[in-house]
Design a protein around this ligand. Structure first.
Ligand SMILES: C[C@@](CO)(OP(=O)(O)O)[C@H](O)COP(=O)(O)OP(=O)(O)OC[C@H]1O[C@@H](n2ccc(N)nc2=O)[C@H](O)[C@@H]1O
Ligand SMILES: Nc1ncnc2c1ncn2[C@@H]1O[C@H](COP(=O)(O)OP(=O)(O)O)[C@@H](O)[C@H]1O
Length: 285
C-alpha cells in the first residue's frame, strides 16, 4: 500500500501539576492524558525519490518547521530508508490550544511512515524518536491514555471511564514555552497519585497564569463554568468541561459566542490512531 489516511487525535490534560525542574530547565510534570475522537487527518503518499514534501498543512507553519516534515526526516535519517513522502495535513485542531495538535501530527507521521516504509522500528524506538521532537509526542506514539511523569515521557497506561466533553477555543494562541517561563507558575506541587486525582485534587497549574495573561480565556472559562466544571488543557488556551451526552454538549454550543470555536468530543483510552493501526496490522497478518 502506497497511500495511507490516518487520524491525528487531540488530547486533554485532565490535570497538570509541576513537581520540579530538570537541570536543563525542562519542567517535571504529573499529568493525565486522554485522547479525543476529534483531530487532524493526515494523508501519506510514498515517494520513490526520497523527497519529503508537505503539499498542504497548518496555516502559517513553513514546510521545514512543520512537525510532520521534521518527523519524516528524522525517521528517514534513523532508519536509512531511501523512500520519501508527500504529507497532507488537514488541520482541525486549533493551534497553540493545549490540544497537542502538532505533537499528534508528528506521532501519526512516525507511525504511518514506519508502516509504509517498512522500517520495522518498535513502538519504544518511535516514542524515543518522538521525544526528540517534543515532550508530548511519545504519548501520541504509544496511543493509550496515560498517567505521565518526567517531562511527560514516563507513561503508565490507564483506563478511565470514557466521557463526552465540550471543548472551547477562546480565539487566542498561547505559546507553550512562554508559559513555562512565567515566574508566577507553581513549580513545587507535592507528588500525587491517581487515587488522589480521583478524589478531586488535581488542578492545572497553568490556569491562573494563563487567566492573568489572557482575559479572553478567563471570559471563556466563566462562560463554560455556567454549564459544567470547566478546566484548562495543557498550557491553554482551550478549555474543556464534561457533559453527560453528545446532545447536551451540542445544546451548550448553540449558545457559544461568535468569536470562539467549540466542539463536542468523546474521550478515548485507545487513541483513534492506535485503533486504525491495529486494524491495519490485523488486515496484513
Ligand atoms: C504543556 C503540555 C502538557 O501536555 O502541552 P501543550 O499545552 O503544549 O499542548 C506539554 O508539556 C508541552 O509539551 P510540548 O508542546 O511537546 O513541548 P515541547 O515542544 O517539548 O517544549 C516547548 C517548550 O516548553 C518548555 N517545556 C516543555 C515541556 C516541559 N516538560 N517543560 C518545559 O519547560 C521548554 O521551554 C520547551 O522549549
Ligand atoms: N503540524 C503542526 N500542527 C500544528 N502546529 C505545528 C505543526 N508543526 C509545527 N507546529 C508549531 O507548533 C506550535 C504549537 O502547536 P500545537 O501543537 O497545536 O499547540 P499546543 O502545543 O498548544 O498543543 C504551533 O504554533 C506551530 O508553530
Amino acid at each position: 500500500m502506497q497511500t495511507l489516511i490516518l487520524p491525528a487525535p487531540a488530547k486533554l490534560n485532565l490535570f497538570l501539576h509541576i513537581t520540579g525542574r530538570r537541570a536543563d530547565g525542562y519542567h517535571l510534570l504529573q499529568t493525565l492524558f486522554v485522547f479525543l475522537d476529534f483531530g487532524d487527518e493526515i494523508t501519506l503518499r510514498v515517494r520513490d525519490d526520497g523527497a519529503i514534501h508537505r503539499p498542504a498543512g497548518a496555516e502559517g507553519v513553513p514546510e521545514a518547521a512543520d512537525l510532520t516534515v521534521r518527523a519524516a526526516r528524522l525517521l528517514q535519517q534513523m532508519s536509512g530508508s531511501p523512500l520519501g513522502a508527500d504529507i497532507q495535513v488537514l488541520k482541525r485542531i486549533p493551534m497553540g490550544g493545549g490540544l497537542g495538535g502538532g505533537s499528534s501530527d508528528a506521532a501519526t507521521v512516525l507511525q504511518g511512515l514506519n508502516y509504509l516504509w517498512r522500517c520495522g522500528l518498535s513502538t519504544d524506538e518511535l516514542a524515543a524518536l518522538g521525544l526528540r521532537l517534543g515532550a508530548d509526542v511519545p504519548v501520541f506514539v504509544r496511543g493509550h491514555a496515560a498517567w505521565a511523569e518526567g517531562v511527560g515521557e514516563q507513561l503508565t497506561p490507564v483506563s478511565l471511564p470514557e466521557s463526552w466533553y465540550v471543548v472551547i477555543h477562546p480565539g487566542v494562541h498561547v505559546p507553550t514555552a512562554e508559559l513555562f517561563s512565567d515566574p508566577g507558575l507553581t513549580r513545587d506541587c507535592p507528588p500525587i497519585t491517581l487515587a488522589t486525582f480521583h478524589a478531586g485534587l488535581g488542578i492545572n497549574v497553568f490556569q491562573p497564569v494563563v487567566e492573568k495573561r489572557y482575559p479572553e480565556v478567563t471570559a471563556a472559562l466563566r462562560w463554560l463554568s455556567r454549564y459544567s466544571n470547566a478546566v484548562l488543557t495543557g498550557s491553554g488556551s482551550c478549555l474543556f468541561a464534561p457533559v453527560s451526552s453528545k446532545q447536551e454538549g451540542e445544546t451548550i454550543l448553540q449558545c457559544l459566542p461568535n468569536d470562539w470555536f467549540g466542539f463536542v468530543a468523546s474521550s478515548a483510552n485507545v487513541s483513534p490512531l492506535q485503533q486504525k493501526l491495529l486494524t491495519l496490522s490485523t488486515l496484513h497478518n
